[in-house]
Design a protein around this ligand. Sequence first.
Ligand SMILES: *[C@@H]1O[C@H](CO)[C@@H](O)[C@H](O)[C@H]1NC(C)=O
Ligand SMILES: *[C@@H]1O[C@H](CO)[C@@H](O)[C@H](O)[C@H]1NC(C)=O
Ligand SMILES: *[C@@H]1O[C@H](CO)[C@@H](O)[C@H](O)[C@H]1NC(C)=O
Ligand SMILES: *[C@@H]1O[C@H](CO)[C@@H](O)[C@H](O)[C@H]1NC(C)=O
Ligand SMILES: *[C@@H]1O[C@H](CO)[C@@H](O)[C@H](O)[C@H]1NC(C)=O
Ligand SMILES: *[C@@H]1O[C@H](CO)[C@@H](O)[C@H](O)[C@H]1NC(C)=O
Length: 441
Amino acid sequence: MMLIVLHVNPLKLILLLSTLYTLSDCYDPLDPNGNFSITFDINNRLDNGYLATVTLQNYHQYRHVDKPGWKLGWTWASNEVIWSMSGAIATDRGDCSSYSGSQMPHSCKKDPIIVDISPDVTQNRSARCCRGGRLSARAIDSLSSLTSFELEVRNLDQKENSIGQAPKNVTFMAPGPGYTCSPFMVTDPSVSLDSGGVRQVPVIRTWKSICTYSSFLANKSPVCCASFSTFYNPIITPCRNCTCGGCREADKNTQSCIRPSDSLGGSNDEKNIIRCTNHMCPIRVHWHFKNNYMNQWRVKLTISNYNFNRNYSNWNVLVQHPGFNEKVTAYSFNSTKLPTLVADGVALFWGIDYFNNELLHSDKDGVGSVTTEILLEKDQNSFTLQNGWTFPRRIYFNGENCDMPLPDTFPMLPNGSYIFRPNCLAFIFSLISLLLVLLVL
Ligand SMILES: *[C@@H]1O[C@H](CO)[C@@H](O)[C@H](O)[C@H]1NC(C)=O
Ligand SMILES: *[C@@H]1O[C@H](CO)[C@@H](O)[C@H](O)[C@H]1NC(C)=O
Ligand SMILES: *[C@@H]1O[C@H](CO)[C@@H](O)[C@H](O)[C@H]1NC(C)=O
Ligand SMILES: *[C@@H]1O[C@H](CO)[C@@H](O)[C@H](O)[C@H]1NC(C)=O
Ligand SMILES: *[C@@H]1O[C@H](CO)[C@@H](O)[C@H](O)[C@H]1NC(C)=O
Ligand SMILES: *[C@@H]1O[C@H](CO)[C@@H](O)[C@H](O)[C@H]1NC(C)=O
């Protein structure tokens, strides 16, 4: 062991470890298979063209696409045009001046951007279309996590009497940036069932692209922070100061603050007006340990929206806590447990339709919030008031990681003694120092 360690350059080791830590940003251990898949099925050949169905499927367990909806783009390999489209539209017709006649192509752009149409449009619909660009998270509503549209493509490259090449440079916004899409690859043709389900009919060709999310690429400051409190200590552990890109101005006593614009908000400052707080986060998730019974314990979970101009429809909150391995009852939220690779239990909460599935904005009279009580069964072997065990290990709001308070600020038990629970970063640092010590020896 010592010999192996001695051959590793300590600088390289630190670099390697910090790269691993950064990479963990792209890979979410709570949803390792989360992605968007884009399937391009060619159903019929036409004279110098084809009919195709494009299907978008959201495989993320707890990341949804909200207003103003997804945007899909690509670059045609040669001079293809979209002759017609149903279930979606291209945002730009482009230069169709080489066409004349009664019908013009839907879009002649080399790099069209395609958006969904609204649910109340009655013309040019397709099967499974028209959600105004919204796609549900898979664990919440798998039926609405997919959408499809149809298009007729013409003006293929005449050289080869084929269906031409797949479009290049696939882009996906949902609705913000952060997604990277693989090139379209030929896969096994999609199969539909015909004749009452007894005959399998494969399409002519299927191209598939997978788009994955990285909050590092989205390049925005955190949007969410967590705060904790308990029945046994009046001290509240607040969100950390200046967590979400900026600090409140110390001397000013105003109610509204402008959050430094992130790439999601763009230049639209209107969207970035939030209630001034020390943390400056648009969203806070508060976990209050309320009651400790013989065989159960009770938590109050509150999600507050400090935005003045933004409602969150179909919000969701994911909490990782070992207590969620036992039976859990949420009273005012919908909830489910997710299977994951981590040992702790993971529970997903979302609003109840027409009751609290819309997290309203704040105004001068108050903060928009939704709240529920949660009753958890106790596993007598693991339940403890020590070491901040009763607080969540990780919280996500709409799939975005919430900043957590440091363990040394957790509310203490009345009788005192508190043992430090190392977090991941602290663990990596102690690993580095251990290896450095070994190297010095
Ligand atoms: C995309 O998601 C599907 C469904 O979860 C999964 O089977 C597939 O492996 C994922 N692909 C990638 C590249 O992560
Ligand atoms: C429906 O599609 C046809 C053919 O692409 C087009 O001419 C027509 O304008 C479309 N109608 C609407 C309401 O988009
Ligand atoms: C795809 O994008 C890359 C990088 O942006 C660019 O260099 C390339 O020309 C694009 N390909 C096409 C076919 O537009
Ligand atoms: C956070 O900011 C408030 C107000 O500026 C200050 O009173 C408090 O001490 C700060 N907390 C920390 C941990 O720095
Ligand atoms: C938020 O929702 C409320 C109630 O539905 C509505 O009155 C308000 O206009 C919405 N605000 C925004 C910014 O969408
Ligand atoms: C829970 O959520 C699902 C999916 O959004 C919904 O169909 C169901 O009605 C919800 N249950 C309650 C009690 O609202």
